[in-house]
Design a protein around this ligand. Structure first.
Ligand code: CTP
Length: 398
């Protein structure tokens, strides 16, 4: 993925700057062209000469320094870069770029850059947890900047805390998984459903399930990173949708079915990650149900199976379902694939508490009509989403 890729490496003033020497060297080893931009405080930790020696390129440190009067260095670097990698990113530097401040070589070049940006923070744990930093990080996420959060480990302060920059090897691995799907779904219109639907009993009560929406939201991110035009149809979830997605918020399974049908004809791919209620109350009470001394019996009726309904109107769209199982995983999943007329199914075992519902991780089998395509270990939902997008892209007409 890095072969001939132009990487602008921004180094700001943290002790973790020494690790960026290894990062620059490893990127070059992978075939990247690297140019380094340093803040003044970064130069107190590592010298520009060290980066220059490794990258064979002059390091940009001073906005007033223009060796060639016909060139504007910060605009040139901004245009040249395929990816901007900010590592380490200090709390101060993060705060500057979250607010569009351009007062040195690094912040000015970054503000002039429209391409993909990856930010790798390093700081004291209290600084990382400070509401101002949290606000700035959220702003940058909403601006489409990819953040590789710090890890918990031994800090320069002499104790262990969350603030340590992740290791260069992991930065490269994560960049590969985040960015390598770049154009796989270019021009494709993708519907992703997420979250657990709610079936109302009365104005204040409903039946729902434990779905957090994490899987569907991660798939929406992965599809967007792959260049797709994404409509995210989401049942209630606490998560923030990717700002590039067209978000349609729904409550019940009937709302979700309507929203999908409204958009399905114009779409190429449907990924049904939502946990749709299978039952709903037969009748809805307009008023809040009052308690009395008897048991309360709520009669439930079946909701529509949305995927089965979609199968009836499907033409050449590629439809992916999920199967949440607690037993006979493969057998049940294969039968769902067939009777819901799906092109692919992601089967996960939700019996454990380490993966599946509400967790950040999952462990799945990808299945199509020829059988099991592949099986993952316990992986982040982001990684599983990237794998899914890759598999879909290999199976659709381009
Ligand atoms: N699904 C759907 N409509 C429903 C229920 C589920 O479209 N009323 C979709 C889910 O979004 C998922 C797939 O069907 O992609 C399988 O969901 P799952 O809950 O595993 O299976 P069910 O079909 O509901 O079967 P069961 O609960 O009996 O396992």
């Amino acid at each position: 993925m890095f072969n001939n890729l132009n990487v602008a490496l921004y180094v700001s003033g943290s002790i973790a700057a020494y690790k960026s020497l290894t990062l620059a060297r490893d990127l070059i080893k992978q075939g990247a062209n690297v140019r380094v931009i340093m803040t003044n405080s970064a130069q107190l930790f590592v010298t520009p000469l060290a980066f220059q020696t490794l990258t064979k390129n002059k390091v940009f440190t001073d906005i007033s320094e223009e060796p060639d009067e016909k060139e504007i260095t910060h605009i040139n670097i901004a245009k040249w870069s395929d990816i901007s990698l900010i590592a380490p990113a200090t709390a101060n530097f993060i705060s500057k770029i979250a607010n569009g401040i351009a007062d040195d070589a690094a912040s000015t070049t970054l503000l002039a850059t429209s391409g993909k940006k990856v930010l790798v923070p390093a700081m004291n744990d209290n600084m990382w947890n400070n509401p101002a930093t949290i606000r700035n990080i959220n702003t940058l996420k909403n601006d489409g900047i990819i953040i590789f959060s710090p890890t918990k480990g031994y800090l320069a302060e002499g104790y262990s805390g969350k603030g340590r920059m992740i290791e260069p090897e992991l930065i490269i691995e994560k960049m590969e998984s985040k960015l390598s799907n770049n154009h796989l779904l270019e021009g494709k219109r993708v519907i992703v459903t997420a979250g657990g639907t709610r079936e109302s009993i009365d104005p204040v009560r409903y039946i729902s399930n434990n779905s957090s929406g994490k899987m569907g939201y991660a798939i929406a991110d992965a599809a967007i990173n792959a260049g797709a035009d994404v409509t995210l149809i989401s049942a209630p979830s606490k998560l923030n949708a990717n700002y590039k997605a067209r978000l349609i918020s729904v409550n019940s399974s009937a709302d979700m079915e309507n929203a999908i049908k409204d958009n399905f004809y114009q779409s190429d791919i449907l990924i049904m990650a939502a946990a749709v209620s299978d039952y709903k109350p037969v009748s809805y009470s307009d008023q809040k149900i009052k308690k009395n001394d008897d048991n309360l019996v709520i009669k439930l009726s079946r909701t529509n199976d949305i995927l089965k309904e979609i199968a009836k109107i499907k033409s050449d769209q590629f439809v992916v379902g999920f199967a949440a199982e607690t037993q006979n995983l493969i057998e049940n999943a294969k039968s769902k694939l067939q009777h819901k007329n799906l092109d692919m199914l992601v089967a996960n075992d939700v019996s454990g508490d380490k993966v599946g519902f509400n967790s950040d991780n999952n462990k799945v089998y990808f299945i199509d009509n020829n059988g099991i395509i592949s099986q993952t270990g316990i992986e982040s939902k982001q990684k599983i989403s990237n794998d899914l997008i890759k598999l879909i892209s290999e199976r659709i007409d381009k």
